[in-house]
Design a protein around this ligand. Structure first.
Ligand code: HGY
Ligand code: MN
Ligand code: MN
Ligand code: MN
Length: 427
C-alpha cells in the first residue's frame, strides 16, 4: 500500500521547510563556533532556551492541528490521529536538549524530521490506521543533569520518575526543582500520564538522527539502517585526600587527591584498552577542590563514560573499574558510584527491514550499522519494535559547533522516515 502512495508522500516532504525550522531552532541558545559557518547551540534541558524551543514547535503543531501533551517528566508529544480509534500508536522523535557546546542537528533533527514526516503524510492525504505520536524526550544528553535519557527511561518504565530528584546541576539546582519550575512554565499544556497511555503500548518506535560518526560520509552513502546501540555505563568517582600548603608540605606527608586521580585515570587506560587498541572510556568532567593553585587538592571528582558493544565485557570491565582505581591510589581514598547503565540494544527487523526497503525504494545508498552513541531509542527496545535511521554528518563531527549535515542529506532521511511511518502506521 505504501509503495503506491510513497511517491506523493516522498514528494510532500519539504527539504526547505525542514531546513528553515532547523535553522530557526538553531538560533535558540546559539553559540559561536571556531569559524563563522560553524555555529553551535547550548540548550540545556529544562532551561529557558529549552522552553523557548519547545514553544516554537508547539506553535507549529497547533498550526497544523496536532494534539499537544506533556507528561510529568516533560516528555512532549504531538499526536496525529489515525482512522482506527484505540489502535496502538507509532511513536517517532528524539531530543531537543543539547550538549553545552553542541551542534545544530544532534537530537533536534529527529524531532523536526518526525514532525515533517507527519506533516507530509497529512498534506499527501495518506491515511494511517494507527495514530502517530511525535515525541521530544527530556534530558537525553545528561549535560546539565546526569545521567542522560531520563525522559525516555521514565516513560519506558526503566526507572521510577523520582529516581533523579536529588541530582544537582553545577549551579546547585536540583532536578526536582528545575522540573517543577519547568512544569509551572508549561502548566497550560495538556497533561498526559507518564508512559503507556490507555493501555496502548506503542506499535513501534523510530528515531532519525545524524550518525555522529564518519562511516556514511566516507562510504558516500545516504542512510544508516541502524541495527542496534552499544552499551554505556557512567560512573562518578571521588578521590579524597587532605588540603595542604603547596610550598611547605613535604611530599612524604601529602595526601594529594590530584596526583592519585591522575594515577587512577592512567591505570584505567590499561583496563579499558581493547586488544584492537580501541580505548573504550572517556573522562571529560572533573571538579577539583579547593581549586586553588597553592593548596594541595583534597577532593577530585571525575566522570567515567565507558561503552562496549559486548554486554559480557561491559559488565566485567565495568565491574572491575573500582578495583583498578583502588589499586592505583597511594595516599587517598576513593568512592565510585554508577550513574547510568544501558545494556547493548538490538533493533527489531520490523523496523530495520522497513528502513532498508524505504531506502531502496527511494534509490538511496544504505548501510546496516550499529550506533556508537546512545539514544532514547535504546530504552524503547524492551517496550516495542524499535529502530533508527542515520544520515551522514560532515567529518563525523558531533557534540561540537562544527556538527553539520546538508539540507538534502537531512531531507533524504526524513523521506525514508515518512515512508517507514506510513508503513508501520498501516501495519
Ligand atoms: O552520549 C551519547 O551517546 C549521546 O549522543 N547523548
Ligand atoms: Mn542525540
Ligand atoms: Mn548527543
Ligand atoms: Mn540520542
Amino acid at each position: 500500500m505504501v509503495q503506491a502512495v510513497a511517491p506523493n508522500l516522498v514528494a510532500a516532504v519539504s527539504e526547505a521547510r525542514q531546513w528553515d525550522r532547523l535553522m530557526e531552532m538553531a538560533a535558540i541558545g546559539a553559540i559561536p563556533g571556531d569559524s563563522p559557518e560553524d555555529r553551535g547551540v547550548n540548550r540545556p534541558c529544562l532551561s529557558p532556551e529549552d522552553r523557548q524551543a519547545r514553544r516554537l514547535i508547539i506553535g507549529w503543531a497547533e498550526q497544523i492541528g496536532l494534539a499537544v501533551s506533556v507528561d510529568q517528566l516533560g516528555n512532549l508529544f504531538f499526536r496525529h490521529e489515525g482512522t482506527e480509534a484505540g489502535a496502538a500508536p507509532v511513536v517517532s522523535g528524539s531530543h531537543m536538549d543539547s550538549q553545552p557546546k553542541g551542534g545544530r542537528f544532534d537530537g533536534i533533527y529527529g524531532v523536526i524530521a518526525a514532525f515533517e514526516a507527519v506533516q507530509a503524510l497529512r498534506e499527501a492525504g495518506v491515511a494511517t490506521r494507527r495514530p502517530i505520536e511525535v515525541v521530544a524526550w527530556t534530558n537525553e544528553e545528561g549535560g546539565r543533569f546526569a545521567p542522560g535519557c531520563m525522559g525516555s527511561m521514565a516513560y519506558a518504565g526503566y526507572a521510577p520518575p523520582n529516581t533523579w530528584d536529588g541530582i544537582r546541576d553545577n549551579a546547585g539546582i536540583s532536578w526536582a526543582d528545575a522540573l517543577a519550575e519547568h512544569q509551572a512554565a508549561e502548566a497550560d499544556i495538556t497533561r498526559r500520564p507518564l508512559g503507556v497511555v490507555e493501555g496502548q503500548t506503542p506499535h513501534a518506535y523510530v528515531e532519525a538522527h545524524i550518525e555522529q560518526g564518519p562511516v556514511l560520509e566516507q562510504k558516500g552513502l545516504d542512510v544508516g539502517v541502524v541495527t542496534g546501540i552499544q552499551g554505556s555505563r557512567w560512573f562518578s568517582v571521588e578521590i579524597r585526600g587532605r588540603s595542604d600548603h603547596a610550598g611547605t608540605t613535604p611530599l612524604s606527608v601529602r595526601r594529594d587527591a590530584m596526583q592519585d586521580a591522575i594515577r587512577a585515570i592512567t591505570a584505567l587506560n590499561t583496563l579499558m584498552r581493547d586488544p584492537t587498541d580501541v580505548l573504550r572510556f572517556t573522562v571529560a568532567r572533573m571538579e577539583v577542590f579547593p581549586n586553588a593553585s597553592n593548596s594541595v587538592a583534597d577532593l577530585v571528582r571525575f566522570s567515567i563514560d565507558f561503552r562496549h558493544p559486548d554486554n559480557a565485557v561491559l559488565q566485567a570491565r565495568g565491574n572491575a573499574i573500582e578495583g583498578v582505581i583502588q589499586a592505583a591510589l597511594t595516599t587517598c581514598t576513593a568512592t565510585l558510584s554508577e550513574r547510568f547503565h544501558a545494556t547493548p540494544a538490538q533493533f527489531a527487523p520490523l523496523v530495520t527491514d522497513a528502513v532498508q526497503r524505504a531506502a531502496e525504494a527511494q534509490g538511496l545508498g544504505w548501510l546496516r550499522m550499529p550506533s556508537g552513541a546512545f539514544h532514547d531509542a535504546q530504552f524503547m527496545v524492551p517496550l516495542c519494535p524499535t529502530g533508527m535511521i542515520f544520515v551522514p554528518c560532515r567529518n563525523g563531527v558531533s557534540h561540537n559547533p562544527a556538527e553539520y549535515s546538508t539540507a538534502p542529506q537531512l531531507a533524504a532521511g526524513t523521506r525514508v522516515l515518512a515512508q517507514v511511518l506510513a508503513e508501520l502506521a498501516n501495519g
